[in-house]
Design a protein around this ligand. Structure first.
Ligand code: SF4
Length: 360
């Protein structure tokens, strides 16, 4: 890691510390485990309409961002909705949990509560990420610093060989975070540490030979069982109208794949993707022009013009905001075109180039 990267301040935005974007202040609202009640979703939809740009922007960590928040009052509204339970810890409540696992969804709020109860953990870097995987491998592949995967403890995506029962899962995750805070120096992520053994001391569990686990991306889109449905807004931009339709159907879980698990039946569908074969499901893009001054292009407009493609992420600059943790084709805005996995392609040739990638 470069020295300049180490000394930069933690710039992860929250509700109190917003990010100054070209389209106005950006606020990130953490949803531990992605869980959101219908009342909370309605409150966010109202806040987006009254204070922001009228949309909820889903993130690759299962959180929600409000953009263009030029009017005051967001923190008061979110507190009233129960979305800001611990202001001191708001930027460190970064917890992924398998959306379809009851166990993971039960452990996520327990971890959140335990995290917020430890004052020193408010000092974790905003990038530090917890994951609780019910065993399917869905969130275990999403780049978490520490993950409890159905008994296995993973650091930076790699099995440590330590096996921890579900009764001790929260305690183990908190213990790793505390130890990281003690030894991190200026590192932001566990992957930046020279050695990870000190993080595992004092964790109750059994040690076995480390395994290589497979991972399985994504939430199914479309009906899931009798009373749930997986939906996705295009490019993760959930309009307030779409949010209200979901809230009417029931409680929900926002996933790190910019999709939403809705516990209920959608009465109407104002443009949400419910077809698993929809081509745009494999395409993600940063906000690009005009929302971000750093962008060289209106990446979402260009991304919307491509057809069937392998998993691909469009970015307006080298920061590559929101890029998926999993394998994907990298499409980076450049002078008069894009770099596709590093090779320059004129914008008019993008669809053909990406279609070819899909058949290779
Ligand atoms: S990747 Fe670059 S252009 Fe895109 S939103 Fe991030 S900073 Fe802006």
């Amino acid at each position: 890691m470069s020295t300049s990267a180490r000394v930069r301040a933690d710039a992860c935005p929250g509700v109190f510390a917003t990010h100054d974007a070209e389209d106005g202040p950006l606020a990130r609202v953490r949803l531990p485990g992605g869980a959101i009640t219908k009342a909370q979703l309605s409150a966010l939809a109202d806040a987006a309409d009254d204070l922001g740009d009228g949309a909820l922007h889903l993130t690759s960590r299962g959180n929600v961002q409000l953009r263009g928040v030029t009017r005051p009052g967001l923190a008061t509204r979110l507190s009233a909705a129960g979305l800001l339970p611990a202001p001191s810890h708001e930027r460190v409540r970064n917890i992924l949990a398998s959306p379809l696992s009851d166990l993971a969804q039960e452990l996520a709020p327990a971890l959140d509560e335990a995290l917020c109860a430890v004052p020193e953990l408010a000092g974790l870097p905003g990038r530090f990420l917890f994951a609780i995987d019910g065993g399917s491998g869905d969130v275990a592949g999403e780049g978490a610093d520490v993950c409890w995967r159905d008994g296995a403890l993973l650091l930076d995506g790699t099995d440590t060989g330590l096996r921890v029962t579900e009764e001790h899962a929260v305690e183990a995750l908190i213990s790793v975070a505390r130890s990281f805070l003690r030894i991190r120096g200026t590192a932001w992520r566990i992957g930046e540490l020279p050695a990870t053994e000190p993080l595992l001391r004092d964790i109750p569990g059994e040690t076995v030979e480390p395994e290589t686990f497979t991972t399985k991306p994504g939430l199914p889109i479309g009906p899931i069982g009798d009373d749930a449905v997986g939906v996705a807004p295009v490019f993760g931009r959930l309009t307030s109208e779409q949010a209200r339709v979901i809230a009417k159907a029931g409680n929900a879980v926002v996933t790190p794949w910019r999709s939403i698990l809705v516990f209920g039946t959608l009465g109407e569908n104002p443009g949400l993707i419910v077809d698993p074969d929809e081509p745009s499901l494999g395409v993600s893009a940063c906000i690009g022009r005009p929302g971000c001054a750093k962008s060289l292009a209106d990446v979402r407009a260009d991304a919307a013009r491509i057809g069937h493609t392998p998993r691909v992420h469009f970015a307006g600059c080298e920061r590559r905001c929101g890029k998926p943790a999993r394998e994907h084709v990298d499409v980076l805005a450049a002078e008069d075109g894009y770099l596709v996995d590093g090779t320059w392609v004129p914008t008019g040739e993008l669809a053909r180039t990406l279609a070819q990638k899909g058949t290779q």
